[in-house]
Design a protein around this ligand. Structure first.
Ligand code: C2E
Ligand code: MG
Ligand code: MG
Ligand code: MG
Length: 279
């Protein structure tokens, strides 16, 4: 019996694991070719000023359209891209694309547009990152302040290196935000020492902010912290009007979430949100 059970368990696990690993291999092979095959696309989610009710900026979010599997979410392929090192070329593609788009939008006569770009930990530690960003800004002749790089606390582990890279980025003139703020391990002394512009309140605190007293206390404290330090603060994952009211009342400058808009393809943000400069 035990032997039989053992065998069937073995079969169960092995087929399950085989399925899992062949799926991962399929993704990895596909991801290696995704850039050259033009399967990556950027969606943009607007970020709103809660006082003026206007769009202040957009976050660029990667989408991968796999030829047979359809859309694969970044939650699934970014970790794989990190493990395989593919994140470096994918990340560079994102920066190239955003800078080229901003140039094109400027030339088309739209009002200046700011874009948030996610940087993964590996990318942030990459040698030559700052130069690559600088080259993209210069070759596209864009204003550096229209780029805001989003880093999670996890990417900022090594304090000395982080401080050096962040200072170099500030010298280039781009903005820095801490993504998913409150979910990582960064101590408050980091917030003090690093040249950070914005705290992004993680959506896990936002989701139940109206019903969970702890979430309300945490978000209020983050807003107060940001205000006291002269930082900008944005609530992520805002899905309904009551949450908007809460954040407005608490003095949070900005919000982003399905309540306002889902991430949209380029064509749609142009249609819905872009305004032509008036001469
Ligand atoms: P993130 O940077 O924290 O981005 C916010 C995520 O929340 C996005 O998921 C967005 O679509 C989603 N979201 C926005 N509003 C709402 C809302 O109201 N409710 C809910 N439930 N979700 C909302 P997405 O696009 O699937 O991206 C997931 C993560 O993948 C991102 O989290 C980011 O860490 C990573 N990612 C996306 N694009 C890139 C990229 O170009 N480079 C790197 N390194 N990572 C990226
Ligand atoms: Mg982000
Ligand atoms: Mg986030
Ligand atoms: Mg996240």
């Amino acid at each position: 019996r035990a032997k039989e059970l053992g065998r069937s368990l073995y079969q169960f696990y092995s087929t399950d694991m085989e399925k899992q690993s062949s799926y991962l291999m399929l993704l990895e092979t596909g991801l290696r070719k995704a850039i050259e095959r033009n399967e990556l696309e950027l969606y943009y989610q607007p970020q709103f000023d809660l006082v003026s009710n206007k769009v202040t900026s957009y976050e660029a979010l990667l989408r991968w359209k796999h030829p047979t599997l359809g859309y694969i979410s970044p939650g699934e392929f970014i970790p794989l891209a990190e493990d395989t090192g593919l994140i470096l070329s994918i990340g560079e593609w994102v920066i190239n694309t955003v800078c080229q788009r901003i140039k094109k939008w400027n030339e088309s006569g739209y009002e200046p547009i700011s874009i948030g770009i996610n940087l993964s930990a590996k990318q942030f530690q990459q040698i030559g990152l700052v130069d690559m960003i600088k080259e993209n800004i210069e070759s596209n002749q864009i204003f550096p302040g229209c780029l805001e790089f989003e880093l999670t606390e996890g990417a900022m582990q090594d304090a000395k290196k982080t401080l050096r890279t962040l200072n170099q980025l500030k010298d280039v003139g781009v903005r820095i935000s801490v993504d998913d703020f409150g979910t990582g391990y960064s101590s408050l002394s980091y917030i003090k020492r690093f040249p950070i512009d914005t705290l992004k309140i993680d959506q896990s605190f936002v989701r139940d902010v109206l019903t969970d007293e702890k979430d309300a206390a945490i978000t209020t404290t983050i807003i107060y912290l940001a205000q006291s330090l002269g930082l900008s603060v944005i609530a992520e994952g805002v899905e309904d009007e009551k949450q908007v009211e809460f954040f407005k009342l608490m003095g949070c400058h900005k919000a982003q979430g399905y309540y306002f808009s889902k991430p949209l393809p380029e064509k749609e943000i142009i249609e819905h949100y872009f305004k032509k400069k008036t001469k």
